[in-house]
Design a protein around this ligand. Structure first.
Ligand SMILES: *Cc1c(COP(=O)(O)O)cnc(C)c1O
Length: 232
């Protein structure tokens, strides 16, 4: 068994325990293996251990990896990093999901460049739940979220799936959960406004427990699967 396979086993055991403790089914949780900075070889090891969904943050780094592994069936790529307008075309052509849409302009470009031959691009709105000025994402105000949600649902080549958030790098569980619960509340408000969404993308290696407790449906885990990143 490879180290990556062992790490994935451990993470799923962890997810099961945490989910059971709050009466959630493990089937309600999807795991993205965040492979940024890691090699095609590491990704292949995870694939051999039944991992199918991978997350990347940098387009230039991701495209060669996506191409190198395009022969693998059912492999699914999620863009989770900040989006520059001039990369929108490449993202729309190469990914199934984008978690980091934080302005109407980006939503418009993604829908414009999504090839007709592909299914709609799955999109999450990134919300700045940490309050850190340097962090990407729109303000956690419902009006702002609603406006962007409207812009995304205008196009049939993008499909709004939910919200994404990154908590501050703080190991205090109470503080982590406060940030995730903010995202969950915005998610429920959107649903109350008639949006048919199913995704709360939150939780990384350091805070996945808090995220599961607060209702995460997608975890984005990198270092706990692949080990420490040498560079960012
Ligand atoms: C890198 C990254 C992750 C994974 O973080 P780890 O600490 O390696 O688990 C998750 N989400 C986003 C947006 C990231 O950039």
């Amino acid at each position: 068994m490879t180290e990556v396979a062992e790490a994935l086993d451990k993470i799923w055991a962890n997810i099961n325990t945490i989910a059971a403790s709050v009466a959630r089914s493990r089937n309600s949780i999807k795991l993205i293996a965040v492979s940024k900075t890691f090699s095609v070889d590491s990704i292949y090891q995870a694939y051999c251990a039944d991992q199918r969904v991978f997350g990347e943050s940098y387009v230039q780094e991701a495209i060669p990896k996506i191409n190198a592994l395009s022969h693998l069936s059912n492999i699914e790529w999620h863009m989770i990093g900040p989006i520059q307008s001039n990369k929108a075309k490449s993202i729309a052509e190469n990914f199934s999901w984008v978690h980091s849409v934080d302005r109407p302009k980006v939503a418009q470009l993604l829908s414009k460049f999504r090839p007709m031959s592909l299914p709609p691009l799955n999109v999450c709105i990134q919300v700045n739940i940490s309050g850190e000025l340097s962090k990407h994402g729109i303000d956690p105000k419902f009006d702002a979220v609603l406006e962007l949600a409207r812009a995304i649902t205008l196009s049939s080549s993008t499909q709004l799936r939910g919200l994404m958030g990154i908590a501050a790098p703080d190991i205090d569980e109470t503080h982590q959960r406060l940030q995730f619960s903010l995202l969950r509340k915005l998610f429920h408000q959107l649903k109350q406004h008639g949006y048919n969404i199913d995704t709360l993308s939150m939780g990384m290696s350091r805070d996945m427990k808090s995220a599961i407790i607060e209702g995460a449906t997608i975890l984005r885990i990198g270092t706990a699967i692949f080990g420490n990143r040498v560079s960012i």
